[in-house]
Ligand binder design. Structure first.
Ligand code: GTP
Ligand code: ZN
Length: 364
C-alpha cells in the first residue's frame, strides 16, 4: 500500500513549509533544481545560511511587481533580480513588499537575470501565491536537489510534474451538512466542502430544497472578513451577503456559496497590505498590482464545481460581475439570468465601486 504522500499532498506540505519560513526544494529538468524560500517569511538566520552555501541567489518577482520597481522583465510574467553581495533581510523585504515604496522610491540599481529555463521560478511564485504570501521568492540554484533535500530534511517537489498539476482544480470532499436556521432564511442548511489539496474549506448555504432541474437562485460570495464580519464600509460585501440570503429567504429557495477566497484570492494579510496602499492613494486595482498580484486571483471554477456536486446545472446568478457569468458558462453551469445585487453603497466605498466598474467591468 503506497503510504507516501502523492504530488498534491507534497505541494500542500510545501505551502505549509513556506508559510513557516522553511525552505523547499524544487527538482527540475536535467537533474538541476532550486532551493526556495518565501521572501515574506525567510529569517535572517536562514538567509545567512543560504548565502554561505554560495551560488546564484535570486529574488523572483512577478512582472506586476517589477513594473513598479522599474525592473526589466525578460521572462514574460516573471522577473529575476540578483541579490547584491551585501543584501540582507531588509533589502529582500523592501523589494518584495511595496509598503515603503513611496518613502523609498529608488530601490536600485537592480541587476536583472536573463536566460535559462524559468519553469521552476514560475512554480515558486505559484506556490507563494497559493500559500497566500507575497508573490516573491528567494531561490538558489542547486546542482543536486535530491541530495540537499535528503541531507537537510526538506520537502522535495518534483517541479516538472507539479507545474501542470497546479492548474488543476483540487477534488472536493463533502464533509458534513446540518440545519442552521437564519434570521433571513429559517430553512437554511450549511454544507462543508474540503479540498483534498489541504487548502481552505468552502461552504454552501442551501435555502429550502431548490429544484435541481430548474435554474437556482445562486450567489457566489467570496469571503470578506472586513465586510462580512466587521461591517466595514470600504466595500459592499456585508450588505451583498445579507441581501442575497434575504432574497433566498423571500423566494423560499436558493444557494449561497461562501468561498474562502478572501481579498479576491490573495488572502487577508495581503488584502490589508492592499488597504494600506489604498491609504497612500492607490485604487484597489493599482494596489493589487503594486503587491505583485493580478486584479483578481480567484478561481471561479470552484463555485461551478460545488454547484455541480450539489446537483445544479443552471443558475439565476446574483452578481454585478460579468467575469463570474462567463466563468460559470465556461465551467458548464448555464446562466439563465443575471440578478443584479446593488446594495451597500457608502461614502467610503463609492470610489472602490467606481474603480471596479471602470477597470474590472462591473455592471453598475
Ligand atoms: N484585493 C482586494 N480585495 C478586496 C478589496 N475589497 C474587497 N475585496 C475582496 O473582494 C471580494 C469581493 O467578492 P464578491 O463580492 O464575491 O465579488 P465581486 O467581484 O465584487 O462581484 P459581485 O459582488 O458578485 O458583483 C472579496 O473576496 C473581498 O474580500 C480590495 O480593495 N482589495
Ligand atoms: Zn468586502
Amino acid at each position: 500500500m503506497p503510504l507516501a504522500p502523492n504530488l498534491m499532498e507534497i505541494l500542500a506540505r510545501a505551502r505549509a513549509d513556506l508559510r513557516m519560513g522553511v525552505p523547499v526544494v524544487l527538482s527540475g529538468a536535467g537533474g538541476r533544481g532550486l532551493l526556495l524560500l518565501a521572501a515574506e517569511t525567510v529569517s535572517a538566520e536562514r538567509l545567512a545560511l543560504v548565502r554561505e552555501a554560495g551560488g546564484e541567489l535570486d529574488l523572483v518577482l512577478t512582472a506586476r511587481r517589477a513594473a513598479t520597481l522599474k525592473a526589466r522583465v525578460y521572462d514574460g510574467d516573471l522577473a529575476r533580480v540578483a541579490l547584491p553581495g551585501d543584501a540582507g533581510l531588509d533589502w529582500v523585504r523592501s523589494i518584495a513588499d511595496p509598503a515603503d515604496d513611496l518613502a523609498m522610491p529608488m530601490k536600485g540599481p537592480l541587476q536583472e537575470r536573463r536566460g535559462g529555463d524559468v519553469a521552476l521560478h514560475r512554480l515558486a511564485i505559484t506556490l507563494a501565491k497559493s500559500a497566500r504570501l507575497l508573490p516573491a521568492a528567494l531561490v538558489l540554484e542547486l546542482e543536486a536537489p535530491q541530495g540537499v533535500a535528503l541531507r537537510e530534511n526538506l520537502t522535495l517537489v518534483d517541479g516538472v510534474a507539479a507545474a501542470p498539476s497546479m492548474l488543476l482544480l483540487s477534488n472536493l470532499d463533502h464533509v458534513v451538512s446540518a440545519r442552521v436556521p437564519l434570521e433571513t432564511a429559517e430553512t437554511a442548511r450549511l454544507h462543508i466542502y474540503r479540498p483534498q489539496d489541504g487548502s481552505e474549506e468552502h461552504y454552501a448555504i442551501e435555502v429550502g430544497r431548490p429544484d435541481r432541474d430548474a435554474p437556482v437562485l445562486a450567489r457566489l460570495h467570496s469571503a470578506c472578513f472586513t465586510g462580512d464580519v466587521l461591517g466595514s464600509l470600504k466595500c459592499d460585501c456585508g450588505p451583498q451577503l445579507h441581501a442575497a440570503l434575504s432574497k433566498m429567504g423571500e423566494e423560499g429557495h436558493g444557494v449561497l456559496l461562501y468561498l474562502n477566497q478572501e481579498g479576491r484570492g490573495i488572502g487577508l494579510a495581503n488584502k490589508m497590505r492592499a488597504y494600506a496602499l489604498q491609504d497612500q492613494g492607490f485604487d484597489t486595482v493599482q494596489a493589487n498590482h503594486r503587491l505583485g498580484f493580478e486584479d483578481d486571483e480567484r478561481d471561479f471554477r470552484l463555485g461551478a464545481e460545488i454547484l455541480r456536486r450539489m446537483g445544479f446545472g443552471s443558475v439565476r446568478l446574483l452578481t454585478n460581475n460579468p467575469n463570474k457569468l462567463a466563468m460559470m458558462e465556461r465551467s458548464g453551469i448555464a446562466v439563465a439570468e443575471r440578478v443584479p445585487l446593488k446594495v451597500g453603497k457608502t461614502a467610503f466605498n463609492a470610489h472602490y465601486l467606481a474603480t471596479k466598474a471602470a477597470k474590472s467591468g462591473h455592471l453598475l
